[in-house]
Design a protein. Structure first.
Length: 528
């Protein structure tokens, strides 16, 4: 993972971006808004006792067969020729500010409920941050006694990744090694339960999830979970990309019965999963292929899959529904953003499968040897070096990874309609962007997570409220919102005088919490 850059005060100033052929910019930077008002919330304490895996005879008798082939795989996926139209470069992403700095590490996935933001972090912890006070607390920890000796090894520390919260505030999360969990806040207590393990579904690496509320057999939820690989675990994620690994799959889990089934397989490193607004399809971002697939779960197309977005400008990470009420859009970070003018070594090696295979084998042998020397001489730095070589992380960092950060906004058909850039590398290795509520109707507030940064990023961008389709519809005007496949969404200023009235509803303002119970729990480590 890359090291966070130092951000100078000047880097928070609005970037000067030349206009594109006279067209207005989609996003603009504003100062920190009043999205979070200064209302203090009660102090949150931490959790946890770790449960055992539930034993039930109600689980479906499903197993997974790996799609691993005997021959190395050759492939080629296109990149955009250049960054134009909705990909026009800016530096807005670099201007994000930091929250909870030094309180958390690696908040790879985020979820918001009322005044709280939740994150799975390195070291096996699930944290809850208070967006009003700026304080955070660990509400869950999954680890064993070996984590104290090897804190950089998530296979012994656990690694919570995808997090989601339902409308009641119940938190669901997946740990890369320990499976699907649920956290409930009951009678001033934090109740943690494991729902599904990797061993039950035949996977090695659980990555992300989405909740279909009310879709359970008795009115509960259905949780869709991505298994990134049936062959490799999280610490081998770089090898999964280089190989590439095509053994990913999606599991459907019913919270009412505990039954599960595998509904979609042969995925190339599925990094995230989202559900469409009509609840008819699932969207899975494949990291390696730089595309998003749509799999129908209802209707006449049930069980079929189609390409929803492709030729993305880099590797696709967590695709998350925005808070836009006027149209269905999604935020998605791009890793190693690039176009055809700036390809990397892996792009060149994509159609050279035996070369990739040999590189992985040699790095594995060398890394294992160095790791053993570190153990023999009791030198943690040497052991860690061997570990990074063995897992191909060093190769990835030196030859594939770049420092160009990007977040895309896509419409319901998978078209890119806008983008936020960090050309100078200030905020580059981003995993997720989730939109939070704002008290100001002309702003959009993004909370941004990363696999390695010791903070959550916050970015406030201005939204052209006069050009929203709902505004023009209510006014009886022709919509100023239009989608040009070449240029993306173009906004034009609404020139008529603007006044508030009862029929205009732009943003749902969250009700302020009156109180929050103090959590009276203790932390207990587990040997699981």
């Amino acid at each position: 993972m890359d090291t966070p850059y130092m951000v100078s005060e000047s880097q928070y100033l609005p970037a000067i971006v030349p206009p594109t052929r006279g067209l207005p910019k989609k996003y603009s930077k504003t100062s920190l808004s009043s999205a979070i008002s200064p209302v203090a919330m009660p102090y949150e304490q931490q959790l946890v006792s770790y449960p055992s895996i539930p034993q039930s005879n109600s689980y479906s008798d499903n197993t997974y067969t790996s799609s691993e082939t005997t021959e190395p795989l050759s492939y080629r996926f296109s990149l955009p020729k250049s960054f134009v139209g909705p990909l026009e470069p800016n530096n807005l992403l670099s201007q994000a500010t930091r929250l909870f700095e030094g309180q958390i590490l690696g908040p790879t996935s985020l979820a918001i409920h009322r005044d709280f933001i939740y994150a799975g972090t390195a070291g096996g912890g699930v944290f809850r941050g208070n967006l009003r006070t700026g304080n955070s607390t660990r509400i869950a920890k999954i680890a064993n006694e070996f984590c104290d000796n090897k804190p950089w090894d998530s296979s012994v520390c656990g690694r919570p990744l995808g997090v989601r919260v339902d409308s009641t505030g119940t938190l669901y999360f997946v740990d890369a090694y320990l499976g699907l969990h649920v956290i409930e806040f009951v009678d001033n207590q934090v109740k943690l339960n494991r729902l599904l393990s990797l061993e039950q579904v035949g996977g090695k690496y659980m990555g992300h999830l989405v909740i279909d509320e009310g879709a359970g057999s008795a009115g509960g939820h259905v949780v869709y979970v991505t298994i990134a690989s049936s062959k490799r675990d999280l610490m081998q994620w770089t090898a999964m990309i280089i190989e590439p690994d095509t053994s990913g799959f999606v599991v459907k889990y019913d919270t009412d019965t505990g039954n599960y089934e595998i509904i979609w397989s042969n995925l190339w490193y599925p990094a995230s999963i989202e559900i469409t607004d009509d609840r008819m399809g699932l969207l899975v971002a494949e990291f390696t292929t730089r595309r998003v697939l749509k799999h129908y779960i209802k209707g006449a197309k049930k069980g079929t899959t189609e390409v929803w977005a492709e030729n993305l400008p880099g590797e696709a990470d967590h695709l998350i529904r925005s808070l836009d009420k006027t149209r269905e859009t999604y935020w998605m970070p791009i890793i190693n953003a690039r176009n055809e003018s700036a390809t990397n070594l892996l792009d060149w090696m994509s159609d050279k499968p035996y070369l990739r295979q040999e590189i992985l084998e040699k790095y594995s042998k060398l890394g294992s040897s160095v790791e053993e020397m570190g153990q023999q001489y009791k030198n943690e730095m040497l052991e860690k070096l061997g570990f990074t070589i063995k897992s191909a992380q060093q190769f990835y960092t030196q030859n594939i990874q770049n420092n160009y950060g990007m977040i895309l906004e896509l419409d319901a058909n998978g078209n890119i309609i806008g983008s936020l850039h960090s050309q100078n590398g200030v905020n580059s290795f981003i995993s997720e962007a989730i939109e939070g509520y704002s008290d100001t109707p002309d702003e959009r507030v993004l909370y941004i997570g990363s696999f390695g940064y010791p903070y959550i990023l916050k970015l406030v961008v201005k939204k052209p409220i006069y050009d929203l389709p709902v505004f023009n519809t209510l006014r009886g005007e022709e919509s100023a919102y239009d989608l040009d496949p070449k240029q993306g969404v173009q906004y034009t200023a609404y020139t008529k005088p603007y006044t508030f009235d009862d029929e205009l509803k732009f943003v749902d303002i969250p009700t302020l919490l009156k109180s929050w119970p103090t959590l009276q729990t203790t932390e207990i480590k587990t040997n699981n």
